[in-house]
Ligand binder design. Structure first.
Ligand SMILES: Cc1cc2nc3c(=O)[nH]c(=O)nc-3n(C[C@H](O)[C@H](O)[C@H](O)COP(=O)(O)OP(=O)(O)OC[C@H]3O[C@@H](n4cnc5c(N)ncnc54)[C@H](O)[C@@H]3O)c2cc1C
Length: 276
């Protein structure tokens, strides 16, 4: 279908984008457009204005910042996947980025777009949740705030972002010495995850296990994390993987199927993380 009519403005800076967003309540940022434009074509979204931020160079970077890695919101999945820095100090993130869609999608879609879209089936949100990432959000009058991943994903397509705010940066810790795994189960190589599991093994820190597409937002497998903290092995801990989940039933799999699948994937992810 053809999208409903909309105005188009290009922003040259973050503050310029915020000013434009403040003009119309239903204005939307255009980053890679790989989630927003399909929704507009289906008329599931009809913003009256698109604010194109793709030329804002200050939002494209991956750099060390103390004990964290700072990633600009406009960084493409391809650049996250191929970052030597991330591969060295936070390998789960580039690995997950390499599993997003296909090469065309990864060359255009951005990490900030994935996070801001808040799709529970997206690969990056669950991984960022496992990492304990922080989001930097800028609003009018230069106001800036930091939101933890645990608080950022508030519901289905519902990130903690006001209509005139821009996600500018995502910060992740280094994971040196921690085993990791991201298992994405899909029917064809480039499909979205039926279920995904991110696991970070402990090495001193509490183990983190998070789930893709098992609720209306990415979620911790809290029962599994509790078992691991108590010394359970992967098989035992994985038995609690479906606790408190509310997966969708759709054309690809029923909720019951996902409930069983997630237990298998959590066990495998933990075994892989502990081997690394
Ligand atoms: C064929 C296809 C297959 C795909 N497969 C996968 C997959 O397997 N796994 C996966 O995770 N994803 C997949 N995607 C989605 C892809 O990862 C998108 O790139 C991503 O979800 C959105 O990023 P974007 O930069 O394209 O954002 P856009 O589509 O431009 O924006 C998405 C939403 O976020 C808002 N937004 C964007 N940037 C910001 C910002 N900086 N601050 C505030 N709001 C912002 C927009 O206003 C919009 O509401 C696929 C997409 C396609 C088309």
């Amino acid at each position: 279908m053809i999208p409903a009519p909309f105005e188009y403005e290009r922003a040259d800076s973050v503050d310029g984008a915020i000013q434009l967003l403040s003009v119309k309540d239903d204005a939307k940022i255009l980053a890679g457009g790989h989630s927003l434009l399909p929704l507009m074509r289906l008329r599931l979204a009809s913003p009256s204005m698109l604010v194109d931020i793709t030329r804002i160079g200050e939002l494209k970077y991956i750099r060390e910042d103390g004990d964290r890695i700072a990633i600009g919101a406009l960084t493409r999945h391809h650049d996250v996947a191929n970052s030597e820095l991330l591969q060295r100090v936070c390998p789960i993130l580039p690995y997950a980025a390499s599993k997003v869609g296909d090469p065309q999608v990864r060359h255009v879609g951005t990490i900030g777009g994935s996070v801001s879209h808040g799709d529970p089936a997206g690969d990056m949100p669950a991984v960022l949740l496992a990492l304990g990432a922080e989001m930097t959000v800028r609003g009018p009058n230069g106001a800036s705030r930091t939101v933890k991943a645990d608080d950022f994903f508030r519901g289905l397509f519902e990130p903690d972002l006001a209509s005139n705010e821009v996600l500018t940066e995502i910060r992740v810790p280094t994971t040196a010495g921690r085993g990791w795994s991201y298992l994405k189960f899909n029917r064809r190589a480039q499909d979205w995850a039926l279920v995904g599991v991110a696991a970070l093994a402990s090495n001193g820190a509490p183990a983190a296990v998070t789930l893709t597409n098992m609720a209306d937002r990415p979620m911790h497998a809290s029962g599994v994390e509790e078992e691991l903290a108590g010394g359970a092995d992967p098989a035992r801990a994985a038995e609690r993987a479906a606790e408190n989940t509310r997966p969708p039933s759709d054309a690809f799999a029923s909720a019951e199927y996902r409930h069983e699948l997630v237990k298998v994937l959590v066990r495998r992810a933990l075994e892989e993380a502990l081997r690394r």
